[in-house]
Design a protein around this ligand. Structure first.
Ligand SMILES: *Cc1c(COP(=O)(O)O)cnc(C)c1O
Length: 393
C-alpha cells in the first residue's frame, strides 16, 4: 500500500468521526499557572485538570524535581531490574506503602502500564475478570491483554457480581473496579465488593487513580475512607499524575504481590524506570498532601458549593461527592457546543464523548482543584446558568 492509499483510507475514517461529532482535537496550552491556562493568547480558568490538590506547580515539588535532576540526571537510564532503580525510587515506594497502610508498594511509569502489568501478571486464559462497565479504559485493555475471560457488569451492580461469582467456573476470579469512577465521580460499592470477594475466594483490585490523595482522613484514598485494608482489598493501584500533580503510578499490597509483579509484570520489567527526579517530586507532593489537609477540605468544599448552587439552578448532576462533577448533556454536539460557549466565557471545561463514555451520555466533565476559589466556581455557575436558560428557550 502506498502512503497516499493509506491516507485515503484513513481520511474516510476521520471524516466519519467528524460527521458524528466524535473528532478529537488537541489544544495547545501556552502557559500554566495553577488553575489558569493560556490558550490562543487567552487566559482561561481550568476546570478540566486532575490536579485536585493544586500540587502540580507547587514550588516545593518543582524544587524537589530540580534538585534530584542535578543529582541523578534526567533519565533513569535503564529499567528497574537492570540499573534504573535508585534510592529515591526505593524511598518513595516505602513511603507510598506506609501512606496506604500496605506492606509494600511498587512504582510503575504510568497508571496505564500499572494496570496492564498487574492484570497480566495475576490472570491468564483460564481465569475470569469481573469488571464494572464504567471502569477506566486501561483496565479493559489490560484484561484483553491477559487473555482471561472478561465479564463486564452494570455500573455498581453488586448483585450482578454476586450472580457471576455464584455461577462458579474453574479458574481464579478477579474483581476489578475503579475506586472513584473517572468520568462519573462516584465511588464504587467498595465494602460490598470486598465482602463478595472474601465470601467467594475471589481477588479484588481497586484502581484508585481519582481517590488517592483526595478521599480518606489523611488522603490515603477511597479504601482508607471505607476502612478496607490489604486483607480486604489485596490489590490497590494509585496514580501520581492526578492528586499528587506529578507523573507515574504505583501498586500497593502484601510482599508476595509486589514480588510477583517484579518477577512477572511485563510493563514493569521491559521499560525504562520512571525518571528519579519524578520520584523525588512525588515524595515532595506526597508529603504536602499528607501535611496540608486543607487542600482536600478545600477541593471537596468547592465541589459541594458547586453542587448546591447547580441544584438551585436546576442543573442535574450525577451523584458524586468527589472533585469530579460531570454534567451529562446527551448528544456529543451539545457537549461540544456548551464547551465552546464556556471557553468563550473564560472557562475551560472539556466535552467528554464516546467511546470514553457511553454514546448518548456525552458530558462536560467539570473538575475542581484546591487552587480554585469560590469566585472561580461562581463564575462557572454563572456561565452554566446562562447556557441552561438559553437552551430552555
Ligand atoms: C488516569 C487513569 C489511569 C491511567 O493513569 P496514567 O498514569 O495517566 O496512565 C488509570 N486508571 C484510571 C481510573 C485513571 O483515571
Amino acid at each position: 500500500m502506498t502512503a497516499s492509499t493509506l491516507s485515503r483510507r484513513l481520511g474516510a475514517r476521520l471524516a466519519e468521526q467528524r460527521a458524528r461529532d466524535l473528532y478529537r482535537q488537541r489544544r495547545v496550552v501556552e502557559a500554566v499557572a495553577g488553575t489558569r491556562v493560556r490558550i490562543d493568547g487567552r487566559e482561561l480558568i481550568n476546570f478540566s485538570s486532575n490536579d485536585y490538590l493544586g500540587l502540580a506547580g507547587h514550588p516545593q515539588v518543582v524544587a524537589a524535581l530540580r534538585e534530584a535532576a542535578l543529582e541523578y540526571g534526567v533519565g533513569a537510564g535503564a529499567a528497574h531490574l537492570i540499573s534504573g532503580h535508585t534510592r529515591v525510587h526505593h524511598q518513595f515506594e516505602e513511603e507510598l506503602a506506609a501512606f496506604t497502610g500496605r506492606e509494600r508498594a511498587l512504582l510503575f511509569s504510568t497508571g496505564y502500564m500499572a494496570n496492564a502489568g498487574v492484570i497480566t501478571a495475576l490472570t491468564g486464559r483460564h481465569d475470569l475478570i469481573l469488571a464494572d462497565r464504567l471502569n477506566h479504559a486501561s483496565l479493559v485493555d489490560a484484561a484483553q491483554l491477559s487473555r482471561a475471560r472478561l465479564q463486564r457488569y452494570a455500573h455498581g451492580d453488586v448483585a450482578a457480581v454476586a450472580r457471576l461469582l455464584d455461577a462458579g467456573g474453574d479458574g481464579w476470579r478477579l474483581i476489578v473496579s475503579d475506586g472513584v469512577f473517572s468520568m462519573d465521580g462516584d465511588v464504587a460499592p467498595l465494602a460490598q465488593l470486598a465482602r463478595l470477594a472474601a465470601d467467594h475466594d475471589a481477588g479484588l483490585m481497586i484502581d484508585d487513580a481519582h481517590g488517592f490523595g483526595v478521599l480518606g482522613e489523611n488522603g490515603a484514598g477511597s479504601l482508607a475512607e471505607a476502612g478496607l485494608d490489604a486483607g480486604a482489598v489485596p490489590v490497590l493501584m494509585g496514580t501520581l499524575g492526578k492528586a499528587l500533580g506529578v507523573f507515574g503510578a504505583f501498586v500497593a499490597g502484601e510482599a508476595a504481590l509486589i514480588e510477583t509483579l517484579i518477577q512477572s509484570a511485563r510493563s514493569y520489567i521491559y521499560t525504562t524506570a520512571l525518571p528519579p527526579a519524578l520520584a523525588a517530586a512525588g515524595r515532595a507532593a506526597l508529603s504536602l498532601a499528607e501535611r496540608e489537609a486543607w487542600r482536600r477540605e478545600q477541593v471537596l468544599a468547592l465541589a459541594q458549593r458547586f453542587r448546591t448552587r447547580a441544584g438551585q439552578l436546576g442543573l442535574e448532576l450525577l451523584p458524586s461527592r468527589t472533585p469530579i462533577q460531570p454534567l451529562v448533556l446527551g448528544e456529543a454536539a451539545t457537549a461540544l457546543r456548551w464547551s465552546a460557549v464556556l471557553r468563550e466565557a473564560g472557562c475551560l471545561v472539556q466535552a467528554i464523548r464516546s467511546p470514553t463514555v457511553p454514546a448518548g451520555s456525552a458530558r462536560l466533565r467539570i473538575t475542581f482543584s484546591a487552587g480554585h476559589t469560590e469566585a472561580d466556581v461562581d463564575a462557572l455557575l454563572e456561565c452554566l446558568a446562562a447556557l441552561a436558560q438559553a437552551e430552555a428557550k
